[in-house]
Design a protein around this ligand. Structure first.
Ligand SMILES: [Mg+2]
Length: 117
């Protein structure tokens, strides 16, 4: 997936509907929260095993893929509205996390970085 192609498509979709006027960062963050809620709705009340089982069905796979795509497109829209290069931001954050969680200290541990030895 090329993020810039997706971003172009998303901007075209928005412009064709004249929706940019509604896509303030605040509104997009709230829409993202709503979509995270919809994703949560797909997995709620299911055990971990049941979620994986659901994801293997056509209906479950589509429901999860739709909500994950909604979450991603809102994240992309928020980054765009705030002039944040998502590719650069994600890579910078992974680097920061790698520094916070050195593999030799964090391997196999679920401890927060402040609790690592
Ligand atoms: Mg949705």
């Amino acid at each position: 997936m090329d993020i810039s192609d997706v971003l172009t498509r998303l901007r075209d979709f928005t412009d064709e509907r004249d929706w940019a006027q509604f896509h303030t960062p605040r509104n997009l963050v709230l829409a993202l929260v709503g979509e995270v809620g919809e994703l949560a709705e797909v997995v709620q009340w299911r055990t971990d095993e049941e979620v994986l089982e659901h994801a293997r069905t056509a209906e479950g796979h589509e429901a999860l893929a739709d909500e994950i795509a909604d979450v991603f497109t809102y994240l992309l829209g928020i980054a765009d509205a705030l002039d944040i290069d998502l590719d650069e931001a994600v890579n910078a954050k992974i680097t920061k996390n790698a520094e916070k969680y050195p593999a030799h200290l964090a391997r196999g541990s679920n401890a927060k970085y402040t609790e690592l030895p």
